[in-house]
Design a protein around this ligand. Structure first.
Ligand SMILES: *Cc1c(COP(=O)(O)O)cnc(C)c1O
Length: 477
């Protein structure tokens, strides 16, 4: 039987793994961004059963190179422009390594006090760094927590909103009425999923029209939807507004939406999963105007703020409402610290009980980069997107499909949907870049999202060159 890995064996194997990671990062740009292998390739290359005898880490590293990396989409590749970025960084990986090594289970303050307290302080640091409204700070009635994803943040916000709207009856009796959630046609799919999980049903989500030019929620349509539901005897529970929609990074008008929510006592959750990170830069904080009316807010440091997945930062204005909605206290978790009321038990701020020490990677990132390093990263993404958009705007074969306030550019060929879709598949087939697509007001558009820390002007220019020459071929008579 292979013995447990000793600390000395760990040290040697650990150095080898760190070397492997550094080599991977430094050769990333030479790899194809996506795998061109057909489905089943990786699975077929793996043995059908686990090994009977233990193997050295070197053997696993060899197979990482031989079997795994060729079958990957390389999200940290400088030519990765798909979806939104999911960037990571050296300090984030190191922080995660420490978290993995400590193996702390931070469900209660008592099960790892520093795990809870570092997280609370990190979320306060972030709130300060982004100039979020004071009501989200833990020094008042609010506070922040790390969720695994923006989807979980929306679910938790929905549950707290139901708790408020049902005056607590939801907890014991379930839904006694028809409760409604509202988002725009551009709201993320996780909002509908949260409504389903929470028992509202997908039909419980009212999809509000957007202004066709800005793709942002039309507040008049929101008010009409809420009033129609009230007239029918239904209960408006939550509005999910978006800062930086997934399709085009449209920004919903928070001041008007917040006013409507306040008027009807509806919970306002603001989903800024990707674009929220931009608020580390003062010149990009306009997108958060009106946020002081929100009951909850989230963004994903794991998208554009150099912290590896999973790390969603979620704040509430009134932590008591959230805790009341979610807390369940079995005998085996009772402890003096929780009963004193003087500590935070983050298990009451999320759906699962268990949680790992994710604040560590955030701490490593915030200390390594400092506020100025984070601002430089965001500004670089915005500048690269501007540079690319200028190429698109300056070429009469192309047109911009939406505004580009952050680091996402939506564009298309003037020749139409079919040509644009063909263009996307041709440039992606080069293996040098990876872009994705969307539809804007029904019309096909390519999306180029900048965010990898390794992406430079040269990579964006190469993307444009590839698009331009593919367009030459495609449009040739
Ligand atoms: C990416 C995205 C989400 C989902 O993010 P996860 O953290 O992966 O759940 C939600 N909302 C918006 C606006 C997004 O762009």
């Amino acid at each position: 039987m292979a013995a447990h890995m000793t600390p000395e064996e760990f040290r040697r194997a650990g150095y080898a793994v760190v070397d492997w990671i550094a080599d991977y990062w430094s050769t990333l740009g030479e790899r194809p961004v996506t795998s061109q292998d057909p489905p089943g390739t990786v699975a077929a290359a793996l043995p059908p059963t686990a090994p009977e005898r233990g193997e050295p880490v070197d053997a696993v590293l060899a197979d990482l190179d031989a079997l795994v990396t060729p079958g990957l989409t390389h999200w940290q590749h400088p030519g990765f422009f798909g979806y939104f970025p999911a960037n990571t960084s050296g300090p984030s990986v190191l922080g995660d390594m420490v978290s993995a090594a400590l193996g702390v289970q931070g469900m209660l303050w008592a099960t790892g006090p520093a795990c809870t307290e570092l997280e609370t302080v990190m979320l306060d640091w972030l709130a300060e760094l982004m100039d979020l409204p004071g009501r989200f700070r833990s020094t008042g009635a609010g506070g922040g927590v790390i969720q695994d994803s923006a989807s979980s943040a929306t679910l938790v916000a929905t549950l707290a909103a139901l708790h408020r709207a049902s005056k607590g009856r939801w907890r014991a009796d379930g839904l006694d009425r028809r409760y409604r959630a509202y988002t725009s046609t551009q709201g993320h799919s996780s909002i509908e999923k949260a409504a389903r999980v929470a028992g509202l049903g997908a039909e419980g989500v009212r999809v509000v029209e957007v202004d066709p030019a800005s793709q942002a929620m039309d507040p008049t349509a929101l008010r009409a939807a809420i009033e129609a539901d009230l007239a029918a005897g239904d209960v408006p529970a939550i509005v999910v507004a978006t800062v930086g929609t997934t399709s085009t990074t449209a920004v919903d008008p928070l001041p008007e939406i917040g006013e409507i929510c306040a008027e009807y006592g509806v919970w306002l959750h603001v989903d800024a999963a990707y674009a929220g990170a931009a608020a580390v830069c003062p010149e990009l904080r306009w997108a958060h105007a009106g946020l002081e009316r929100a009951d909850s807010y989230c963004f994903d440091p794991h998208k554009w703020l150099l912290t590896g997945f999973d790390c969603d930062a979620f704040w509430v204005a009134d932590r008591a409402e959230l805790v009341e909605a979610l807390t369940v206290m079995p005998e085996y978790l009772r402890n003096a610290a929780s009963e004193s009321g003087a500590v935070i038990d983050y298990r009451d701020w999320q759906v699962p009980l268990g949680r790992r020490f994710r604040a560590l990677k955030l701490w490593f990132v915030l200390r390594w980069y400092g506020a100025e390093g984070l601002r430089a990263h965001i500004r670089s993404g915005v500048a690269l997107a501007d540079r690319f958009a200028a190429r698109v705007a300056g070429d009469e074969r192309f047109e911009l499909a939406a505004a580009y306030p952050f680091s996402l550019v939506c564009f298309r060929l003037v020749a139409g949907d079919e040509a644009s879709a063909e263009l996307l598949s041709r440039v992606n087939a080069t293996g040098r870049v990876h872009l994705t697509h969307t539809r804007v007001a029904g019309r096909y558009a390519l999306r180029l999202a900048v965010g990898s820390p390794s992406t430079t002007e040269a990579h964006v220019d190469e993307a444009w060159q590839l698009l331009s020459s593919a367009a030459d071929e495609l449009l040739a008579p």
